[in-house]
Write a protein that binds this ligand. Sequence first.
Ligand code: UD1
Length: 424
Amino acid sequence: MEQGRDRFRVTGGRRLTGTVRISGAKNAVLPILAAAVLCPEEVVIRGVPAIRDVQVMLTILRRLGVRVREEAGLDGLTLVLDPSGLSTAEVHEELTREMRSSIFLMGPLLGRVGWVRMAYPGGCAIGPRPIDLHLRGLQELGAHLEEKGGYIEATATRLRGREIYLDFPSVGATENLMMAAVLAEGTTVIRGAAREPEIVDLQSFLCAMGARVRGAGLDVIRIEGVRRLHGAEHTVAPDRIEAGTFMAAVAAAGGDVKLENVIAEHVEAPAAKLREMGVWVEEEADGSLRVRSRGGLQASDVKTLPYPGFPTDLQPQFMAVAAAAMGTSVITETIFENRFRVAEELRRMGAQIKVEGRTAVVKGVPRLSGAPVTAPALREGMALVIAGLAADGVTEVCGAHHVDRGYERLEEKLRGLGAEILRV
Ligand code: UD1
């Protein structure tokens, strides 16, 4: 992030055309980086997006004694991590506060070191985000937990595999427990597991290091514990949320864009929604995804669900699209309690949105109008940029640092498609 330049200035009304390359997935790379501490040898991770959350995770890893080498390439960063010198399993509050994903270190540190001490995690303010499923699962694997002064301490001489049932398919808890179970004694079965593609990517990386994990992508995951892992190389899967975000941007602004480095199956839910709204989305012969929109979109209802349902991480961006569509869309958020905070900001741009509990009723208006707005969080900030692209006049989105947590070179990518966006 460029210090002090925390606003995007977007001039609306430009159609988006050309090709954009999607980066490696933020939500895949964060658990993968945490999983690296399980390994006593060097691991190489390619296709890593240069985003702020990755930098925070690398800072945490360095403080734990992991040696990190970063090489910038055409396709994101290549990271060479050497966890052989891991010297502590304590993660301080100033680091966990920055990023909720620091919780991912709990399982792997416990697995490798048998001890971990960590402050309660922070991150995006989207409703209360408890970690009870993570903690309960670790306890079931035999960890002894103690909570003192905002810190959680967990110990286990060696975790023991067993059956765990998750009451809700939490993405993070599934990943944390998979990582904890890799070096445990015996077999762990996670039932009611989340099925997100990022979990499949984590399984690939764990297996590349010699772990015995199968079932990711289904709701039962089996992990046979092994004694030791070995060095490995892995390329991070494409970011389906970044892809869905660009699809929403093209839908709202109008245009004709080719998305490269996308797995079409991973964006089926948002693609189906956009087709319903009148956007043309097709997979090309070369595997890229082409998105065409002439504007004049129809309203459509959206309900967020665990994968393969519509992702909550695209809900705010689709609210921006619905705000400029014809007719009334009902948006239902079933994953997070407090994820409609962008509605208030969109209203400043002329959107008509009524929020009641977990439902937002969005009555489309013919044109949004540019206004100064503030990003409450990552995806919400992106929704405001999208609204700005579709609006008349100039929109200034304050809080670019939220967006930098999860989008690599956003202005550059959008400008490459003909958008008028500056960081000021
Ligand atoms: C991950 C994603 C995030 C996405 C979310 C849902 C990463 C780094 N982040 O977050 O971008 O929005 O999945 O797709 O991958 N819950 C509990 N107890 C727990 C854990 C979760 O009640 O111990 C609840 C949460 O409050 C929330 C729901 O379960 O209501 C889903 O959370 P979860 O799937 O765990 O999301 P994250 O892994 O935090």
